[in-house]
Design a protein around this ligand. Structure first.
Ligand code: TYD
Ligand code: MG
Length: 477
């Protein structure tokens, strides 16, 4: 009897090895390398099967086997129909994150934690596509779900007020069956919810298994490229090792979008992390309502609490100015210092290391006696403040709570704090200052060095340029 060939595959990045590793040498994730026997590893067969399913799809579509000249490829196409734009307030917000619309023949992955609202998002996108398509032929979108029955999706659509007749629902988990049946009503876009529930016959292992996930995605990629139909794919991000997360799919697909949001907050962020057709690091802001997702045009409204308009403000609150993707907004940072010998520190939405650094700088360079204080930091609405431009607001919030001095509600803070307590400039200063002025703030504390560059802006705003944290404390507190 011949020896059974064995391979080891990383669940996280999909890399294949000849031996087991405790930590994947490629992506450094621990306990992610799993064993596969040759039977399980029948990639080639899976590819063949899906290739056949895709080819049978549009028999009249001859597959190009010779190189074509650019002129011939672009024949009869004008620039504007290169992307399918999404209309409406919600559609435009999504469109911006996508890089201007959906590119025909692209494979897009939408990832996120279970329950964050991926199915809702894609159902809404499908509805817009089905309603607003401006194609010559029939305008159809097929939404395939392996997670919910068509009645359940129908119910959801009903609640969200979606009534378009060109949206087709189908429930299946077999890729070949999906491609076969979708043929009966060829769509202009195909949605697959989710990659973890579909499987390809001929590839061993159950749906959600790393090989299945990889092969199914490759099959859908071939389908998208050969038919020029865009495929929008949902993928759950899971921590558990035996279900392959969408991480390994990032290499295969054309674009990856992540949906983020806190369980108890109704706000959702859509972020592009990879995009072959647009910029990455683009951000869309939405609110989950009774009738689905709604675009939020002024994100500062969410990230500033009501204290902002009250006359009696609390101590420990400071306003930071954030640039995220192409959006600029103001966000409230909260600090609470309580006398407690344990000197515990907790930070929500701020990296612990950054918070520790700012606290130490306040003690050493600004002379604040924070020893013997437990310090709690929080960024409202569950937003993750990763920009160093928020440093100064964090420092100001801590000072305010420690000194029990409320910061007047017409001041915003912009600046990075260095180890010497000095304030450093940050990118997009003009954009930030304009956002501050637009929201009716009267004063803004910024690094002194940035003052000059803003002179030409002519804003109705007093700029308070400071060299270091001591200056800030003298000027504000
Ligand atoms: P869902 O899209 O099913 O999440 P996912 O596909 O990412 O698992 O939506 C999850 C949550 O959204 C669910 O808890 C209910 C809520 N929701 C609303 O608040 N309003 C709505 O209109 C819809 C459809 C869902
Ligand atoms: Mg879902």
């Amino acid at each position: 009897m011949g020896k059974v060939k064995v391979s080891w595959v990383c669940d996280n990045c999909g890399e294949t090895f000849g031996q087991w590793w405790g930590t994947c040498p490629s992506c450094n994730v621990t306990c992610s390398v799993k064993k596969f026997t040759e039977a399980e590893f029948s990639r080639a067969r899976g590819a063949e099967v899906s290739e056949a399913a895709v080819r049978s799809w549009l028999p009249e579509h001859s597959i190009t086997l010779v190189p074509l000249s650019l002129a011939e490829v672009n024949k009869g196409r004008n620039q504007s129909d290169w992307r399918i734009p999404l209309s409406g307030h919600f559609g435009m917000e999504v469109s911006r994150v996508l890089g201007g619309g959906i590119v025909p023949g692209s494979l897009l992955l939408f990832g996120g934690d279970p329950g964050v609202g991926k199915s809702t998002l894609l159902l809404q996108i499908s509805a817009i596509l089905a309603q607003g398509f401006n194609f010559n032929g029939p305008a159809r979108v097929v939404y395939v779900s392996g997670e919910e029955s068509i009645e359940q999706i129908g119910n959801r659509a009903d609640r969200m007020g979606i009534t378009t007749k060109d949206l087709f629902l189908y429930s299946s988990t077999d890729i070949e069956d999906i491609l076969d049946n979708v043929k009966t009503c060829p769509p202009q876009a195909l949605i697959v919810d989710s990659i973890q529930t579909v499987y390809l016959r001929g590839v061993a292992g159950s749906a959600g298994n790393i090989m299945q996930v990889k092969e199914c995605t490759s099959a859908l990629l071939r389908f998208a490229k050969q038919t020029n139909i865009p495929v929008l794919l949902i993928g759950h991000v899971t921590k558990s090792g035996d279900i392959a997360g969408p991480r390994i799919l990032e290499h295969i697909v054309d674009a990856v979008f992540y949906m983020e949001g806190e369980r108890y907050s109704s706000y959702r962020l859509l972020r592009s992390v990879k995009n072959r057709f647009g910029t990455t690091d683009e951000l869309g802001v939405f609110e989950m309502s009774e009738s689905g997702l709604e675009a939020v045009s002024n994100p500062s409204e969410i990230f500033l609490s009501d204290h902002f308009s009250d006359s009696d403000v609390l101590a420990g609150l400071a306003i930071a100015v954030v640039v995220d993707g192409s959006r600029t907004f103001l966000i409230e940072v909260q600090a609470l210092c309580v006398s407690d010998p344990s000197a515990a520190r907790h930070a929500n939405g701020i990296k612990a290391g950054r918070a520790d650094m700012i606290i130490s700088v306040l003690m050493k360079q600004a002379g604040l006696k924070l020893q013997g204080n437990a310090i709690f930091l929080n960024v409202v609405s569950g937003y993750n403040l990763t920009e160093t431009a928020g440093d100064l607001a964090i420092a100001a919030a801590i000072c305010s709570s420690f000194l029990e001095f409320p910061i007047p509600n017409d001041i915003a803070f912009i600046g990075e704090v260095g180890l010497g307590g000095e304030l450093r400039g940050v990118p997009r200063m003009d954009k930030r200052i304009i956002a501050v002025a637009k929201l009716g703030f009267k004063r803004c504390v910024i690094p002194k060095a940035a003052e000059r560059t803003l002179a030409s802006l002519n804003l109705e705003l007093t700029i308070l340029g400071c060299n270091n944290l001591k200056d800030v404390i003298n000027m504000v507190f």
